[in-house]
Unconditional design. Structure first.
Length: 288
C-alpha cells in the first residue's frame, strides 16, 4: 500500500502537530504526506446525520477544496464521508485521519472512498498496520484532526457526539472553531448549537472560513464574469431563494421550463449547481 512511517522530529513530520499536547510519536501515511503542511480545515460531524447535514458538509468540503484548502476529516459515515466526497468532487485534496491501521478500512463500506483519498490526498494514523478499529482510538485520533488544521467546522452533531471532543481539542490548541447553526427542535443539531452558545463562530456561509483564512471567495463580479447573462439570472434567483424546482426557477426567471432546463444542465456541468429530488441548488455561493 506504500505505507510511510514518519517519526516525531523527522523533516516530513507536520509542524502543526509538534506544538499540540501529546503529539503522536509516529504517523503511518498512505498518499501525499506534503499536504499536511498546507492550509487545512477540519470538516466534521456525527455519523448519524440528516440529508441536509450531509449535503451541507459536502458543499463546505467542495468549496474549501475549490479554494485550495485541504479538507481534513475522519472518514466515518455521515458528515465525515460527505466532507471528503465534496473535496474530491472539486478535484481538491483531503486527509482522512483514522482510528485504526492505515491498511484497515473502517467503516468497511468506505473502501472505494479510502482508495480515492489515498490517490488524491492522504490517509494518516498513529496506529500501525493491521491495527483494528477500537472505540478508544477515536478520541485519540481527534487531536490529530484538529491539530493539523487552522480551523475546525462542526457541521451537525448530537449532544454527545465525538465531534464535540474534536471541537474542544481545537479550542485548547488555539484553533478557530466554527459551527453550522441547525434547527433547535432537532436532536441532530444539539451539539453544534451548543457550541455556538458556548462561543463557537456561527458558520453562515463558506466565506466565513475563507475570510478567516485570508482567502478571497467568488464575489458578484466573479459570478458575472464566469456566467452568461441567463446563467447569472438563475444564479441570483437560487442565491436568494435557496433550492427550487425547475418550474419554480422558470416562473421566477420569467422563462419557459424548456428554455431553462438546458441552462441548468450547463451550469451543473460547470459545477455551479447540484440537483436532488427534482430540485436544484447552488454549489458555489458567496455571502459577500
Amino acid at each position: 500500500m506504500g505505507i510511510e512511517k514518519i517519526k516525531y522530529g523527522d523533516p516530513s513530520y507536520p509542524s502543526a502537530l509538534q506544538g499540540i499536547k501529546n503529539p503522536p510519536k509516529q504517523l503511518y501515511c498512505c498518499g501525499d504526506v506534503d499536504i499536511m503542511k498546507e492550509k487545512c480545515v477540519a470538516v466534521i460531524g456525527s455519523r448519524t446525520s440528516t440529508v441536509y447535514g450531509r449535503r451541507t458538509a459536502q458543499a463546505i468540503g467542495r468549496c474549501l477544496a475549490a479554494a485550495g484548502v485541504t479538507v481534513v476529516s475522519g472518514m466515518a459515515t455521515g458528515i465525515d464521508t460527505s466532507a471528503h466526497e465534496g473535496a474530491l468532487e472539486a478535484g481538491g485534496k483531503t486527509i482522512a485521519v483514522l482510528g485504526c491501521g492505515p491498511d484497515v478500512c473502517y467503516p468497511p463500506e468506505n473502501r472505494v472512498l479510502m482508495s480515492e483519498i489515498q490517490r488524491h490526498g492522504l490517509i494518516v494514523t498513529e496506529y500501525g498496520p493491521g491495527t483494528p478499529a477500537n472505540r478508544y482510538h477515536f478520541p485519540n485520533r481527534n487531536r490529530i484532526i484538529s491539530g493539523l488544521c487552522e480551523a475546525t467546522v462542526v457541521v451537525q452533531a448530537r449532544n454527545r457526539s465525538g465531534s464535540l471532543i474534536t471541537a474542544e481539542l481545537a479550542a485548547e490548541q488555539g484553533r478557530e472553531v466554527f459551527a453550522v447553526p441547525g434547527n433547535i427542535d432537532s436532536q441532530y443539531n444539539l451539539g453544534n448549537n451548543k457550541l455556538i452558545k458556548e462561543g463557537a463562530t456561527p458558520l453562515i456561509c463558506t466565506d466565513d472560513i475563507l475570510d478567516y483564512l485570508g482567502i478571497c471567495s467568488m464575489d458578484e463580479e466573479d459570478a458575472k464574469q464566469r456566467l452568461s447573462e441567463r446563467e447569472y439570472l438563475i444564479y441570483e434567483i437560487l442565491k436568494t431563494e435557496g433550492e427550487l424546482s425547475v418550474d419554480e426557477v422558470s416562473m421566477r426567471a420569467g422563462l419557459s421550463p424548456a428554455y431553462v432546463t438546458p441552462i441548468l444542465s450547463v451550469m451543473e456541468m460547470k459545477g455551479f449547481l447540484g440537483s436532488e429530488m427534482g430540485r436544484v441548488f447552488l454549489k458555489i455561493t458567496s455571502c459577500k
